[in-house]
Design a protein around this ligand. Structure first.
Ligand code: AMP
Length: 458
């Protein structure tokens, strides 16, 4: 299967090739033809499977034809995801005249208003709160929206956006195509979905949101007090790679950052209480590899596509098993190999059971590296270790063996595929310089036919 078989406009196929994609991924194969028929879709896919291109390519194909107006709206839960999804759209559309912008909170609103009002946008990627603010200020009209995409929809509901989503649904035309991507279907989302979707086709590649098989998973039993030392040891060992360390709370994240810096590690923090510019700087330093460890709350667990993340470390065991899958999905992207380490304290045991149930097999918590067992400490008093670790979960009975999945088919990575590095409040595709200065609410003149081959309208 190749991208040419989708009846996508040639300019998009070329954009995709320039992005380095040779053939469609599974979700792309399944979803693109359905979306091009104009059907509503509910999609569940493993993280890192190419979901963005699966919805973005048909949406861009639609935008290349017809009037110039804000006709496609993509809602995402976080600012980082907004930037990333918009960057992907811009990359695929670089040989077209489709104009794209991302808007999100935490940055000044006037530059976003200026672009929406004066430059004109065909595709808007937005977080729900900021979109409603902009709408309230009459800086954006949603009257022309033909396609609505709800990306990471369960995360949006988790983050308390359900009400905002309903308000937005009331603002977009009833006659539209709606695409919803979600790893899970919590009850609150079910209600949103029944309002939003019309006879959707289900594209389910989630395999119950199981981790991709290219990720090696390890569980280390460690007393809560020893976690900083164990983590410090792991970070030292994997110094050549890039690690995301997940912590339960924002304050816990800051505390851990201080401890790690005291221990000589160069790390940055990422959580919802940091300012947008701090978050941008942290992401930039981490993406570029200048800083090799990002200490984050679950805000970084969804959707973010950061290349060469070799390690995901669950400093705190996630609350929900699905979060475990999302977190470790930050490594092993596009079938590259990655390593996930979870530090399990006695208090984490229940949560570990939940993960085991979700994975469908038992996991063995091994003795943590970098701390000495009581036995070793007794045998070699005074040798290197400062602590004696307790290994509660390591001694549980009946384990089926380490939860270790390895895969051998390593696929090529595309290092030029990166989200924007700059801390831009808004980013507009300046393709062909086609934006005109019509007001936000009016339709802009119909574009000249460019390189559009005959193809199905959606
Ligand atoms: P996503 O699941 O949309 O976040 O995509 C994960 C990563 O896969 C991104 O880096 C994409 O650029 C990349 N990707 C998407 N589709 C393909 C493809 N068909 N071939 C190779 N890489 C892809």
């Amino acid at each position: 299967m190749s991208f040419t078989q989708f009846e996508l406009p040639e300019a998009l196929v070329r954009g995709v090739r320039a992005a380095g994609y040779q053939k469609p991924t599974s979700i792309q194969e399944q979803a693109i033809p359905i979306i091009m028929q104009g059907r509503d879709v509910v999609g569940a896919a493993q993280t890192g499977t190419g979901k963005t291109a699966a919805f973005m390519l048909p949406v861009l194909a639609r935008l290349m034809e017809g009037p110039r107006a804000l006709r496609a709206l993509v809602l995402v839960p976080t600012r980082e995801l907004a930037m990333q999804v918009e960057a992907a759209a811009r990359r695929y559309a670089r040989r077209t005249d489709v104009a794209t912008t991302a808007v999100f909170g935490g940055v000044p609103i006037p530059p976003q208003e200026r672009i929406l009002r004066h430059e004109g946008v065909d595709l808007l990627v937005a977080t729900p709160g900021r979109l409603l603010d902009l709408h309230g200020r009459q800086s954006v009209s949603l009257d022309d929206v033909e396609v609505l995409v709800l990306d990471e929809a369960d995360r949006m509901v988790d983050m308390g956006f359900a009400k905002d989503l309903r308000r937005i649904l009331a603002l977009v035309p009833k006659k539209r195509q709606t695409l919803m991507f979600s790893a899970t279907m919590p009850p609150e989302l079910n209600r949103v979905a029944s309002e939003a979707l019309h006879k959707p086709v289900r594209v389910d590649l989630s395999e119950q949101a199981q981790p991709v098989a290219s990720i090696t998973q390890r569980f280390y039993a460690v007393a809560q007090d020893h976690k900083p030392d164990v983590l410090s040891h792991i970070l030292t060992e994997q110094a050549a790679g890039k690690a995301i360390v997940f912590v339960r709370s924002k304050r816990g994240t800051d505390r851990l950052v201080r401890k790690l810096r005291d221990a000589g590690h160069d790390v940055v923090a990422m959580h919802g209480d940091r300012t947008q510019s701090q978050r941008d700087t942290a992401m930039r330093q981490f993406r570029s590899g200048r800083v090799r460890a990002l200490i984050a709350t679950d805000i970084a667990s969804r959707g973010l596509d950061i290349h060469e993340v070799t390690h995901v470390i669950n400093y705190d065991v996630p609350q929900a098993p699905e979060d475990y899958v999302h977190r470790i999905g930050r490594t092993g992207r596009m079938l590259a190999t990655g390593s996930a380490v979870t530090l399990v304290s006695p208090a984490d045991r229940e949560r570990l059971h939940a993960i085991e149930r979700h994975l469908g097999h038992r996991v063995e918590a091994l003795p943590a590296p970098g701390v000495r067992t009581r036995h070793e400490a007794d045998a070699h008093p005074g040798r290197h270790g400062r602590h004696e670790a307790t290994h509660p979960a390591a001694h549980r009975n009946g384990h089926a063996g380490p939860a270790r999945h390895e895969r051998h088919d390593r696929h090529e990575r595309h290092d030029h595929e990166r989200a924007p590095r700059g801390g831009h409040a808004v980013a507009v595709a300046a393709t062909n310089g086609a934006a005109d200065s019509a007001p936000a609410h009016g339709r802009r003149p119909k574009r000249q036919s460019t390189d559009r081959r005959s193809r199905r309208r959606m």
